[in-house]
Ligand binder design. Structure first.
Ligand code: NAD
Length: 240
C-alpha cells in the first residue's frame, strides 16, 4: 500500500467533520459475501438465468420458487460478520466524524458493526413482510421455511424488504441520503462498481472538499477523486 496516499487520507479524515460513506457489495467481500461483478462474483458464475434476471421483480412474481432458491442460497449470509471496514466506519461515527453510511448492501453488516445512521438504498434481508396482511418477519423465520416463505397468520407469501430490479427506491431514504451527501465535507466511495442506478447518481450531490475512492477495480469516478486508493477496503481502513 502507498504510505503517502494513506497518510493523505488519514490527515483528511482528521480535518473533516461531516464524513459520509457510500458503499456497495465490495465492502462485504472481506466478510465472505461475494459481490456481483468481481471475477468470483455472482455475474461470473453460471446459472440458468443471469443474476440480474433472478433478482428482478418479474422473476419474483412469475418464478417465485426459483427466486427464493437463488435468494436463500446466494444473497443471504446469516453467519457473516463485519470486517475492518465496517468496524472503522462505526468507530468514525462514534467519534462524531462520520454522519452517515449510505449502502447498496442488503446484509445488515454496518448495523452489526455498531453503525447507527445507515441508509439502506436497496433494503435489507433482515426485514420481511407478508404481502397479504403486512405482518413483519425476521430473517430466521424466512430461512427456516422450506422454499417459499408463507405468513403464519394469513398464509400469503412473505417478501424480503429488498429492492429488486424493476422496483423503485424508498423516497425517504433517498431524501435523507441527498441531505447527508450535500452537507458532507468528505465523501468516501468504497467497494462499488458505481454502475447500478439510480443509487450511483446520488453521489452527484456531493460538493465538499475531499472525494475519496477506495476500490479494487477502476470506477467511473476515479478521475474526479481527490484521493484514489486501489486496494482492499478492509486493509485500507485498518491502516487509517
Ligand atoms: P458490484 O459487484 O457491482 O461491484 C463491487 C465493486 O467492489 C467492484 O468494483 C470490485 O472491484 C470492488 N471490490 C470487491 N471487493 C473489494 C474489496 N475488498 N475492497 C475494495 N473493493 C472491492 O457491487 P455494487 O456496486 O454494490 O452493485 C451490485 C448490487 O448488488 C448492489 O445493488 C447491491 O445491493 C447488490 N449486492 C449486495 C451484496 C451485499 O449486500 N453484501 C452482495 C452482492 C450484491
Amino acid at each position: 500500500m502507498d504510505e503517502q496516499i494513506i497518510k493523505k487520507f488519514k490527515d483528511a479524515v482528521e480535518e473533516c467533520n461531516y464524513i459520509v460513506f457510500f458503499g456497495g457489495a465490495g465492502v462485504s467481500t472481506e466478510s465472505g459475501i461475494p459481490d456481483f461483478r468481481s471475477t468470483d462474483g455472482l455475474y461470473n458464475q453460471k446459472y440458468k438465468y443471469p443474476p440480474e434476471t433472478m433478482v428482478s421483480h418479474s422473476f419474483y412474481m412469475h418464478h417465485t420458487e426459483e427466486f427464493f432458491k437463488f435468494y436463500k442460497d446466494k444473497m443471504v449470509f446469516q453467519d457473516a460478520n463485519p470486517n475492518a471496514a465496517h468496524k472503522k466506519l462505526a468507530e468514525l461515527e462514534k467519534r462524531g466524524k462520520l454522519k452517515a453510511v449510505v449502502t447498496q448492501n442488503i446484509d445488515g453488516l454496518h448495523q452489526k458493526a455498531g453503525s447507527r445512521e445507515v441508509l439502506e438504498l436497496h433494503g435489507s434481508v433482515h426485514r420481511n413482510y407478508c404481502t397479504g396482511c403486512g405482518k413483519f418477519f425476521d430473517l430466521d423465520y424466512v430461512m427456516k421455511q422450506e422454499n417459499v416463505p408463507k405468513c403464519d397468520e394469513c398464509g400469503a407469501i412473505i417478501k424480503p424488504d429488498v429492492v429488486l430490479y424493476e422496483e423503485g427506491l424508498d423516497s425517504s431514504v433517498i431524501a435523507r441520503t441527498i441531505d447527508h451527501i450535500s452537507h458532507a465535507d468528505m465523501l468516501i466511495i468504497g467497494g462499488t462498481s458505481l454502475v447500478v442506478y439510480p443509487a450511483a447518481g446520488l453521489i452527484d450531490y456531493f460538493n465538499g472538499k475531499y472525494l475519496v475512492v477506495v476500490n479494487m477495480a477502476p470506477t467511473p469516478r476515479d478521475k474526479n477523486a481527490d484521493i484514489l486508493i486501489n486496494g482492499k477496503i478492509g486493509e485500507v481502513f485498518s491502516a487509517i
